[in-house]
Design a protein around this ligand. Structure first.
Ligand SMILES: *[C@@H]1O[C@H](CO)[C@@H](O)[C@H](O)[C@H]1NC(C)=O
Length: 275
C-alpha cells in the first residue's frame, strides 16, 4: 500500500518535472528566438532579411540586397556575433558588419567580407573611421572556411583601444594614439549594422569577376548576438599579443601602413607606432 502510494506520487512528480522541463525549454527557446527581434530591426530589402527562430538571415538577389541595424546605440563595449557567410560562388557579394554613428563626420568600425568563386578564399576587409575619415584598411584571409560553419566576429571598443577578434583571436588592434595626434573614435555613440549587397564593381579586382545571378539568392546567417558593457573589458594580454602577431605574419594580405604607392610622401602617424 505504502509502496504504491510512493510510486504513484513519484510518477506524478515525474510528469510534473517533465512538464516543467518542457515549459522551460519552450521559454529558453522563445527567449533566444526573440533575441534578434528585441535588439534589431530589419531595415531594408523588402522581405529579404528574415528572423526565423534564433537565426537571422540576410539575402541578396538580382533585385536587392538586405540589411538590419541595432535598435540601441552603443558607447564602448564588446559586441559579438556569430556569422555564417554566403557559401559557394559568392564572388561579387559583400557582407558588411560594422558599428557606425551618423552624419558626415561619423565614426565607424568595419568588418567587410568579400565573397569569392567557389573554393577560393574570402577577403576580410577592416577599417576604422574617425570623424568621417577612414583610409585605414587592413585585409586578411581567414584560416578556416567561413561559409561552412558559424564563427564569432567581435569588436572590443574602449576609450583606449579597438580590437577586432575572430573566434577570440585578435586580428587587428587600433590603439588610441591621440597623444601623437591621431583622432580616435570615442565621442559618438554607434549603432550596429549589417548588410548583404552586390559589389561586383569594386569587390572583385575592379569588376573583373561578375556576380553569378544564377546562384542567387545569396544568403548569410547570424546568431548568438551578445553585447557586454565596457566595465567587463580588458586589453590585449601577452597570449593575445602573440596571436595578433601570428595573424599579422600569416594571414594579413594588405596593410595601408606598408602601402608605399599610396603614401609616397610618408605614412600616417599611427603607422610609425609599433603594434
Ligand atoms: C579570390 O581568390 C583569388 C585566388 O586565391 C584571390 O587572388 C582574390 O584576391 C580573391 N578575391 C577576393 C575578393 O577575396
Amino acid at each position: 500500500m505504502a509502496f504504491s502510494y510512493i510510486s504513484f506520487d513519484s510518477q506524478k512528480t515525474r510528469l510534473f518535472l517533465t512538464f516543467t522541463f518542457q515549459l522551460l525549454l519552450l521559454f529558453v527557446h522563445q527567449s533566444r528566438a526573440t533575441n534578434f527581434n528585441k535588439h534589431f530591426d530589419i531595415t531594408w530589402g523588402g522581405g529579404r532579411g528574415k528572423i526565423i527562430g534564433d537565426v537571422l538571415t540576410l539575402s541578396l538577389d538580382r533585385v536587392s540586397g538586405s540589411g538590419f541595424q541595432s535598435k540601441k546605440e552603443y558607447h564602448f563595449g564588446r559586441i559579438d556575433m556569430q556569422i555564417k557567410l554566403v557559401p559557394g560562388n559568392s564572388a561579387g557579394t559583400v557582407t558588411a558588419y560594422y558599428l557606425s554613428s551618423q552624419g558626415p563626420t561619423h565614426d565607424e568600425i568595419d568588418f567587410e567580407f568579400l565573397g569569392n568563386s567557389t573554393g577560393e578564399p574570402y577577403t576580410l576587409h577592416t577599417n576604422v573611421y574617425t570623424q568621417g575619415k577612414g583610409e585605414r584598411e587592413q585585409q586578411f584571409r581567414m584560416w578556416f572556411d567561413p561559409t561552412s560553419k558559424f564563427h564569432t566576429y567581435s569588436i572590443v571598443w574602449t576609450p583606449q583601444t579597438i580590437i577586432f577578434l575572430v573566434d577570440e583571436t585578435p586580428i587587428r588592434e587600433f590603439k588610441n594614439m591621440e597623444s601623437i595626434g591621431v583622432p580616435f573614435p570615442k565621442h559618438q555613440r554607434m549603432r550596429l549594422y549589417s548588410s548583404l549587397w552586390n559589389a561586383d564593381e569594386w569587390a572583385t579586382r575592379g569588376g573583373l569577376v561578375k556576380t553569378d545571378w544564377t546562384q542567387s539568392p545569396f544568403t548569410a546567417s547570424y546568431r548568438n548576438f551578445g553585447v557586454k558593457a565596457r566595465s567587463v573589458l580588458f586589453g590585449l594580454d601577452s597570449t593575445r599579443d602573440q596571436k595578433l602577431k601570428w595573424v599579422r605574419e600569416n594571414h594579413m594580405i594588405y596593410n595601408y601602413c606598408t602601402d608605399t604607392k599610396r603614401f609616397p610622401r610618408g605614412f600616417p602617424p599611427e603607422c610609425t607606432v609599433k603594434v
